[in-house]
Ligand binder design. Structure first.
Ligand code: TYM
Length: 334
């Protein structure tokens, strides 16, 4: 709760190019929540450096991501859209919460296990305490809800545990956040290996639809998507490729799975894949156009960066001061 309104926080990493998974699992839902909540959407650049980054590239991607938030439909006046690195409260609260998190809890994080096996030459402490910084992001804004894809569920659980532990020592300091995971699109799978989630870091470009892919590329990637050989459009666990395409089509068109099965009852995979590709291309087209327009307007984007960093900092500082006082740090003499 902030200023009497329920509050919401979410963020994305500025690493790699956003995929259809990021859009359908998170960004698309974000756009529907701006009236109900006081919303904070962050470009989490502090999290990005847990993996080695090229500085110029990171800066470029971070700006593109912030622009994309707006292009996807987030109103930057109603929603606070900002860079994590512009609000020092994230790192400061992160440190405090490190002292309320057990190594045993962090050892269980599946994302840490995945990432440390992928980056075995750089298993740094930041990668390990990544979920604590994420808890700080969320708790800093007294967030009631956190809209994410289902891969972030474990991180949400640890954020809740940390908040409850802190509150049990110091009283009601933090709001306990609830995950908000959409019914469709919460876990979009790779087009080349439907047992694996679609990911920005996949080395095979055919595995993911990128938000900036042009319609021909999108349709080509869907045509090549790995499926099975029974040629029936049916939603079943033993048909993960088709199930994934049906999820994508459902999220892109708003049609239910039953409606989709009916619509394609007498079609083969070729027609279905084409329909999925076309539906996705038509969802992404207006976002791409808006992105191109916004990217040219440097002064406008700069003004949003400035105003929203100040707004985020105001609320972050409020929570941080409260926490600092609770743990016993001396007050600043002003
Ligand atoms: P990130 O950048 O990996 O992903 C951003 C959002 O996209 C969702 N997502 C997916 N949803 C469905 N299908 C997929 N294949 C798929 N891939 C990604 C993610 O669930 C996420 O919602 N740790 C976070 C960023 C973060 C954050 C936070 C999120 C930092 N602090 C505080 C919420 C609250 C991350 O790496 O997301």
């Amino acid at each position: 709760m902030l200023d009497g309104k329920k509050s919401l926080f979410s963020g994305m990493q500025a690493t790699g190019t956003l995929t259809l998974g990021n859009y359908l699992g998170a960004l698309k839902n974000w756009v529907t929540l701006e009236e109900e909540y006081q919303c904070f959407y962050c470009v989490v650049d502090l999290h990005s450096i847990t993996v080695r980054q090229d500085p110029a590239e990171l800066r470029k991607r971070a700006r593109a991501l912030l622009t994309l938030y707006i292009a996807a439909g987030l109103d930057p006046v109603k929603n606070c859209i900002y860079y994590q690195s512009h609000v020092s409260g994230h790192a400061e609260l992160g440190w405090i919460l490190n002292c309320f998190t057990y190594m045993g809890e962090l050892n269980r994080m599946t994302q840490f296990k995945d990432k440390s096996s992928k980056h075995s030459d750089n298993i740094n402490a930041g990668l390990y305490t990544y979920p604590v910084l994420m808890a700080a992001d969320i708790l800093l804004f007294q967030s009631d809800v956190v809209p994410v894809g289902s891969d972030q569920k474990q991180h949400l659980e640890i954020a809740r545990d940390i908040a409850e532990r802190f509150n049990s020592v110091y009283g009601d300091v933090f709001t306990i956040p609830e995950p908000y995971i959409g019914k469709v699109g919460a876990r979009i799978m790779s087009l080349q290996d439907p047992e694996k989630k679609m990911s920005k870091s996949d080395e095979n470009p055919n595995a993911s639809i990128y938000l900036m892919d042009d319609p021909d590329t999108i349709i080509r990637k869907f045509k090549r998507a790995v499926t099975d050989s029974d040629n029936q459009i049916r939603y079943a666990d033993e048909k993960p490729g088709i199930k994934n395409l049906m999820d994508i089509y459902s999220a892109a068109t708003g049609k239910t799975i039953a409606e989709i099965e009916k619509e394609f009852a007498s079609s083969g995979y070729g027609d279905f894949k084409l329909a999925v590709g076309e539906s996705v291309a038509s969802v992404l087209k207006p976002i791409q156009t808006r992105f191109d327009e916004l990217s040219k307007d440097k002064a406008y984007i700069d003004s949003i960066i400035k105003a929203n960093a100040e707004k985020a900092d105001y609320y972050a500082t409020k929570t941080l001061r409260k926490v600092q006082k609770k743990v016993g740090f001396p007050e600043k003499i002003r």
